[in-house]
Design a protein around this ligand. Structure first.
Ligand SMILES: [Zn+2]
Length: 414
C-alpha cells in the first residue's frame, strides 16, 4: 500500500491517488479518489485508513478536514500582457480604451510583452491562488501577429497541466479600422484558437454591423466561438447585443457566443433589461464579468434565471492598462459578491459557483465540479463553509490540478 510518493521529475508536484478527509462544498467529510487526472470516486471519509501527515505515501494526501472547492476558473484573462514578476511599471499615458491601447502599443516591447517568461509568471501566481483553468484573450494585431498566442501556448505547455487555457484571438487594436486584422483572426482560428474576439464594434471600428459580420463569418467558417469585449453602455451597448443575438441565431451558434463586460446590461431600466436578458437566454449567449468597481453590476440572478451563464474573470492583471489585479479569483469572488449586494448564504454559494463549477463551459469543460468524471482540480481552504470562504478568501492550503498537487501552503510547485 505504501509505495514511494510519485514525484514528477520535472518539478515538485505529487500525483494524487486519494485526497482524503476533505469537505466538498462544505459538506460531509469525504475521500476523493483520483486516477488519470480525473475524479473516480467521492466516498465518505474513512477515518480508519492510515495517515501520518499532510502527504502520505503513494499519492495519498490528507486534507485535514479542510473545505474543498473545484479549481477556480478565470473566464476572462489577458495572460499575454501582464508584467507580473517584473520591477514596478508606473502607470502612464492617456485614460479611456483608446488611450490605453495606444500606451500599450508604445511600451509593450520594452517589457518583453508578449513573452513566455511574463506569461509564466502570471500563470504561476494564478495557480498559487487556486486557478486551474483560464479563458484568456490574447492580443492579435498588425504588430505582433499571432506571436502572442504561440507564447501563451508555450507557457501553458511548460506548466504541464497545472492550468489549462482556452484562447480568444483578441483584436485589441480594432478589427475593420486595421485592415489585415480580420485575416489574422481567421488565421488564428485556423491555427487552433478556440474563439475569436471583438472590441466595441461601434466605438472602436465605428461599424458595428461590419465588425460583427466579419467575426461571425470566421466563426462559421472555422467552427470557433466568439467572445466580444463590449464596454459600450446604455442603448448603444444594448443595440450591439441585439446585433449579436440576431447573428448568433442565424448562424446557429447558440452556446458559443460570449459578451464580455456588457456594462449596458446592468445600466438598462428594468423592463428593457428584462427583455434583453430573455433574448440573450433564448440565443444561448453567455456573459463574463470582471466585477468592476464603479460600473453598474450585472443582474446576476436575472441572467442566470434566464439561462445566461455568467463567468468571472480578472481581466488584465498588473499590466499597461492598470497596476491593479492579483489574479486571485477567490478574492475577486468576494468583490463580485459585495458589488452584487450578496449577503444570504445561498447567494454567496452562487458567487462561488460562478467562479468555479458553473464556469466549466467557459474553458471547454462539460463538467467541472467535485464529482465523478470531473477533472481532478481541487482547492482546499481553511473555512467553516462556502459563505465563509467567499467573504474571507483565505489562503489556499492546497491546489490540485489534473490530479497533481501544484501549490501548497501558498507556494506554487510548478
Ligand atoms: Zn478584457
Amino acid at each position: 500500500m505504501h509505495s514511494p510518493a510519485m514525484h514528477s521529475p520535472a518539478d515538485g508536484t505529487t500525483t494524487v491517488t486519494v485526497l482524503r478527509d476533505v469537505r466538498p462544498w462544505g459538506g460531509a467529510r469525504s475521500d476523493l479518489h483520483v486516477a488519470g487526472g480525473v475524479i473516480t470516486a467521492v466516498v465518505p471519509h474513512d477515518a480508519n485508513a492510515p495517515t501520518d501527515g499532510v502527504v502520505v505515501d503513494g499519492g495519498v494526501i490528507d486534507g485535514r478536514g479542510l473545505l474543498a472547492l473545484p479549481g477556480l476558473v478565470n473566464a476572462h484573462a489577458h495572460v499575454d500582457k501582464s508584467w507580473w514578476g517584473k520591477p514596478w511599471v508606473s502607470y502612464g499615458g492617456e485614460g479611456g480604451v483608446q488611450g490605453r491601447i495606444a500606451h500599450e502599443r508604445a511600451h509593450r516591447d520594452e517589457l518583453g510583452i508578449p513573452g513566455v517568461d511574463v506569461t509564466l509568471a502570471v500563470l504561476r501566481e494564478s495557480i498559487r491562488t487556486g486557478t486551474t483553468a483560464v479563458r484568456t484573450h490574447v492580443d492579435v494585431d498588425l504588430g505582433v501577429g499571432l506571436r502572442g498566442i504561440e507564447v501563451v501556448r508555450e507557457a501553458v505547455a511548460a506548466l504541464g497541466g497545472a492550468v489549462t487555457a482556452q484562447v480568444v484571438a483578441f483584436p485589441q487594436d480594432g478589427v475593420l479600422r486595421r485592415p489585415g486584422v480580420l485575416d489574422l483572426l481567421d488565421a488564428a482560428a485556423a491555427a487552433g484558437a478556440e474563439h475569436v474576439g471583438g472590441l466595441d464594434p461601434a466605438t472602436i471600428d465605428r461599424d458595428p454591423v461590419g465588425q460583427l459580420d466579419g467575426l461571425f463569418a470566421i466563426a462559421e467558417r472555422r467552427g470557433v466561438g466568439i467572445d466580444v469585449h463590449l464596454h459600450d453602455g446604455g442603448d448603444l451597448g444594448a443595440f450591439q447585443i441585439e446585433l449579436i443575438i440576431d447573428r448568433t441565431l442565424r448562424a446557429g451558434l447558440q452556446g458559443r457566443v460570449n459578451v464580455a463586460h456588457g456594462f449596458a446590461v446592468g445600466q438598462l431600466a428594468v423592463p428593457r433589461q428584462a427583455e434583453l436578458v430573455a433574448a440573450m437566454g433564448e440565443a444561448g449567449i453567455t456573459m463574463t464579468t470582471v466585477a468592476p468597481i464603479g460600473a453598474a453590476p450585472l443582474p446576476l440572478h436575472a441572467l442566470r434565471d434566464a439561462g445566461v451563464a455568467v463567468g468571472l474573470g480578472t481581466d488584465g492583471i498588473r499590466d499597461l492598462w492598470s497596476p491593479y489585479g492579483t489574479g486571485d479569483l477567490l478574492a475577486l469572488t468576494t468583490q463580485l459578491a459585495r458589488l452584487s449586494g450578496f449577503r444570504y448564504d445561498e447567494d454567496l454559494v452562487t458567487a462561488a459557483r460562478i467562479a468555479s463549477a458553473d464556469a466549466g463551459r467557459f474553458v471547454g469543460r462539460a463538467v467541472h465540479d467535485l464529482v465523478v468524471g470531473a477533472p481532478a482540480d481541487v482547492v482546499l481552504v481553511d473555512a467553516e463553509n462556502v459563505p465563509d470562504a467567499v467573504v474571507r478568501a483565505p489562503r489556499r492550503a492546497l491546489v490540485v490540478a489534473g490530479g497533481r498537487v501544484v501549490a501548497r501552503d501558498g507556494e506554487v510547485l510548478v
